[in-house]
Design a protein around this ligand. Structure first.
Ligand SMILES: [Zn+2]
Length: 437
């Protein structure tokens, strides 16, 4: 130690004038460190100079605006935009959409646009890169998709459509659902904010979890003021396409009843006839069923009572509004059933009143009319029920499929609840309180 200290002390003093000055160990170490840094820079400079930023499109902002706002020269912005328009309409850019931009720092004051990327559609990105020639090339990159059987359970907010779409259902799925419910839900009047609904459907989503496309709808349910409706998709052996069935295997396709009364005979059909009271030939826009006074009259289909009271020559009269712009009317009743008043909901087959001979009537009968829009149509010409109710082996197969779908729903619901529980724990700072309030 003493030697080394002594030698160290004479280094500079003993160096000869014609020889290069010897470096102290400290100088060597710092020079080597500088060399390593320079070497490192040489390899990494192209990357170190890379800068990236993510910008969200502002209201009314164009893609060109964004590029220049981020620091691109107008020339580069134009060149990049020209290449983008080969694969994407720059006008389709939406406010709030994030765009990733990449720059090369050329000097402390100057950056150069090297590329940018953004999500052009669910499952697809547009990437734009500067190439060696200085031009830009743009291409669309498709993301790999993941398949799942998705379950959406939520409540209607402003509309069922909006609520379902926010949950990842596509307009195709929503259209399928509307079709399933078309026989017993009036979408204009029956659905209200807060009504719970559930869909189970095939979904393909991208790396960001966004729905790219949807496949088959398997299950739908909707609860409105009066009740819950739920339907399962099932293709019975021999059927050419799947149909929708309720819990018990009865078809979702419910036609209006042609004969809303039991044990009656048609006493007068639809068409021209001599009016028994008026005494002249006129169009009979309904069907008459002769039946003893007091015979129950049923609602021909699910709907809302539009009118229940005295109505001129019709006597005691009930008119019901159904889905799909159909209405039915029942005249000459002796009395109304309990609870039948305007605004009341009725189910198919529910008793709404009793046969009588009130109004312009010659004897106890039900005068029954069916309206499509404002037009009276012949009830006997109503579409025959398209769907059928499953029985026997078909019903057993259906019940197995129903159980499979219910199991899927259960698993998905448990997953969702677990997610909510985790999110709740995080927001409560780790306190593991239950979900019950
Ligand atoms: Zn009549």
């Amino acid at each position: 130690m003493a030697l080394a200290a002594g030698v160290g002390g004479v280094w500079a003093a003993t160096a000869l004038p014609n020889m290069p000055a010897l470096e102290s160990p400290r100088t060597i170490a710092s020079r080597e460190a500088a060399e390593r840094r320079a070497e490192h820079r040489a390899f990494t400079a192209p990357y170190l100079g890379q800068e990236s930023q993510e910008i969200r499109v502002a209201q009314g902002e164009t893609l060109a605006n964004i590029l220049t706002r981020a620091g691109a020269t107008p020339g580069d912005a134009n060149a990049a935009l020209t290449s983008v328009s080969n694969v994407f309409n720059p006008r389709s850019i939406r406010p709030g959409q994030p765009i990733s931009l990449y720059f090369q720092r050329r000097s402390p004051e100057r950056v150069e646009l090297t590329g940018f990327a953004f999500r052009s559609a669910p499952g697809a990105s547009v990437t734009v890169n500067r190439v060696a020639s200085g031009d830009f090339t743009a291409r669309t990159v498709l993301m790999p998709l993941t398949f799942e059987i998705a379950r959406v359970a939520a409540r209607v907010d402003t509309s069922l459509y909006d609520a379902a779409q926010r949950q990842g259902a596509t307009s195709e799925i929503i259209a399928q659902m509307a079709d399933v419910f078309s026989y017993d839900v009036d979408f204009q009047r029956d659905i209200h904010p807060g009504d719970p609904f559930e869909f189970v459907f095939h979904r393909f989503y991208d790396d960001k979890g966004e729905t790219v496309r949807t496949g088959e709808l398997l299950y739908v349910s909707l609860s409105t003021n009066d009740r819950k409706r739920e339907y399962y998709r099932f293709q019975a052996p021999g059927d050419r396409s799947p149909q929708w069935y309720d819990l018990d295997g009865n078809s979702a396709r419910k036609a209006l009843m042609k004969t809303p009364i039991n044990g009656a005979r048609i006493s007068s059909g639809f068409g021209f006839r001599m009016h028994p009271i008026m005494g002249y030939s006129r169009m009979h826009r309904g069907v008459d069923f002769a039946a003893p006074s007091g015979t129950p009259i049923m609602a021909a289909g699910e709907g809302v009572v539009d009118r229940a009271g005295r109505f001129g020559g019709y006597g005691n009269y009930v008119r019901i509004r159904h889905a799909s712009n159909y209405e039915t009317a029942y005249a000459h009743m002796s009395r109304f059933a309990r609870g039948i008043r305007p605004g009341a909901r009725v189910r198919q087959g529910q008793i709404i009143g009793y046969v009588g001979t009130t109004g312009a009537s010659t004897g106890p009968h039900l005068h029954y009319e069916v309206y499509r829009g404002a037009q009276q149509i012949n009830p006997m010409g109503l579409r025959v029920q398209v769907g059928r109710n499953l029985t026997g082996a078909d019903l057993q197969l259906f019940l197995a499929e129903r159980a499979r779908i219910d199991r899927l729903r259960e698993v998905r619901q448990q997953e969702t609840e677990a997610q909510i529980a985790r999110a709740t724990q995080v927001s409560e700072g780790g306190a593991s309180r239950g979900l019950a309030e």
